[in-house]
Write a protein that binds this ligand. Sequence first.
Ligand code: ADP
Length: 623
Amino acid sequence: MNSLASSLFKQRHNGAEEIDLNPFTLAFRDGREPEFLNNYFKDSLLQFRTAFLLLILLYGGFGFLDSIIVPELKQYFYLIRFGIVIPVFLSVFILSFFPFFQKYWQSLLLISFVIAGTGITLMLVAEPENYAYYGGMMLIFSAGYFFIKLRFFYATIAGWLTVIVYNIGAIFFSGSDMELILNNNFFYVAANLIGMFAAYNIEYFARRDFYLNQELDERKAEVEHANQTLEKKVQERTAQLRKAKEQAEQSDKLKSAFLANMSHEIRTPMNGILGFSQLLLEAENEEERKEFVEIINKNGMHLLSLINDIIDLSKIEVGMLNIQNSEFSLNHLIEEASVLFRNNSKVQEGKIKLNIYKSLEEGDDVIIADRTRLKQIFINLISNAFKFTNKGMVEVGYVLRTHSLLCYVKDTGVGIKEEDQEDIFNRFMQANLTHRPEFEGAGLGLAISEAFVQLMGGKIWVDSTPGEGSTFNFTIPFQQGTQPLFKYLKVDNTTMDTNWNNKVILVAEDVSTNYLLIKTALKKTNVGLVWAKNGQEAVDECRKDQQIDLVLMDVRMPVMDGYEATRQIKKMRPGLPVITQTSYAMDGDREESIRAGCDDYISKPFEIKDLMEMIARHFHLEK
Ligand code: ADP
């Protein structure tokens, strides 16, 4: 049956074999059955009721024939029709208005079918010679299979049961001859077979329609869902684009503001330098001259730090920023960074107290990190703290955590509003860019500091309450070192011995202004100077003049550069201290200096005071 049916339907409908049905009962095997039955019931109810009403009328109507054909049996037949079959039909019809009907309706229809057939059989037993009742039986089959909406499986049972009932009646009770019974059986079996195939087909296609409709609904739902997702995606994308556009506009605005600000930042010190250098020519007395020079110097320093920031930023932008690790004392580094602020007017006037908190003992505080960058971060943060604090204190310090150092700069200044706390780390962004013009700054310091911290493998963040103050925290991985590369000796300014009349310094420097600067700076120390205009001359001088106590070595020089010269000098006189003067922007200089064997390095432009201290340290070490 299965293969017969499937080959039958395969021909009729491509893809129908995908439907998973029990070939005998036609029930869905994939869980759709309850829903199908529910639908089938709802769709069939009207037709079933109409069919039953009509059948009641017909079953009753044929009673008219009884009175003509078999008036003598009329009462008996009427009893069958009006006393048994029609009441059964009517009851089932009435039951169909109750909710439980749906559960039993197919069984009730099956019973109705068999009872209607049994009714006709009874008539046939009583009146075997009359053809009209054979026809009646055919009508029962056709109504049972096609009209009352009995499902294939139930109809088949009912159909064959009826045939069996007929045969029992005909063979055992009617006494009609075998030929007639056989003849009738031919018709009834044929009617049943036709009914079965037709009912099978009808139900199969009803189920296929249901299946395809469901599939269609599913696809429709999928398409709808895809549509919705698509729509949502489009909306999301639109929102993203809008945001990107806003960001681009914002960044555009920031850049314009940055340029305007930068132009102001550069022009202001330039103005000071150019203006006061003209005034210097006309200065009336020594005091005025000193004041003007100080202003020029201050503005120059300011400009220098701005240029350094811009260079750093460009390096960050092109991804050229490298970490140069070395071993150094963290305590000394913090001292160095904060010492610059001891002379700050707010400290001098007693408005701000500068505290330093070092949690590691001298000796334990040697770490491996990028010293220059770390110092720069501290200087940026301390300088901000001073800029935004008018009274109270600024504290610089660090504490050791499990695998990292937590460094901080804390102030009791104006604080930062919650909504600005993330933005201030963006380049060009000043929290007060639009609303607090009284604080100067290019807005680069924190962006640069953040890039440095991240490069070192740490994090930076701010805790702040407006009106109370801010704490800038950053972490760096803690890697303990053993030996600081450059020895740091604290030299007390007041007792610094700067009478070096018995010392000789060799200055290797190709630019005469720079030599002049050093010469003038060192004049009051009475130190003896030898000027070498390139690396080769420096080497020659050292070979020639055993008196030289220290070398100040420029890096970029014609003929032979400072590194090569240092290498050769160190080979000749390992004990002779060599200090390289490096230019800030070049990252590798420090490491290159160390490799070449230099004892110390100072970046240009340097503070005269720093140079003096460094030289003093080495003279002191020598002793
Ligand atoms: P700049 O100081 O040149 O403006 P920064 O990147 O260093 O640039 O700082 C960005 C902004 O962050 C500052 O303009 C200021 O609004 C805010 N800020 C930074 N440090 C502090 C601080 N210690 N207290 C209050 N505000 C600060």
